[in-house]
Ligand binder design. Structure first.
Ligand SMILES: [Zn+2]
Length: 127
């Protein structure tokens, strides 16, 4: 992967870290989960994402005026560059397609949106 600092193909995700989710650019303090690649099975990772999406949708379902959810970002700063670049909060590295696929995320989001009556208009669903 390309490093956002030195732009070389030298970036690797850390074996454990934190993934944060953003819904239309917003999040709760609980909109994050820990991953550990040496322990988590695929379905455990997906369950963690599902728990975060569910938590946010339950919160969002209480809003009077709900803008459709158009963008969901999943990012981490737990990356290491072979050139020892410092990756910090200014470099939100996307983990969709890395820890889980866009299709897996979409499936969770669509299912829970229906369940909790959340309007969605995901750009990534329009192919
Ligand atoms: Zn670098």
């Amino acid at each position: 992967m390309y490093c956002p600092v030195c732009f070389n193909d030298t970036l690797k995700i850390a074996s454990s870290g934190v993934v944060k989710l953003l819904f239309n650019g917003k999040a709760k303090s609980t909109s994050q989960f820990f991953y550990n690649l040496s322990q988590d099975k695929d379905e455990e990772l997906l369950q963690k994402i599902e728990d975060v999406v569910k938590d946010y949708f339950i919160y969002y379902s209480g809003f009077q005026n709900k803008d459709p959810i158009e963008n969901i970002d999943a990012y981490s700063i737990d990356f290491k560059c072979e050139n020892k670049c410092v990756i910090n909060i200014n470099h939100k590295v996307n983990v969709i397609g890395l820890l889980f696929s866009q299709d897996e995320l979409n499936e969770i989001v669509e299912r829970l949106a229906k369940k909790y009556n959340i309007p969605i208009d995901l750009k990534d669903l329009k192919r």
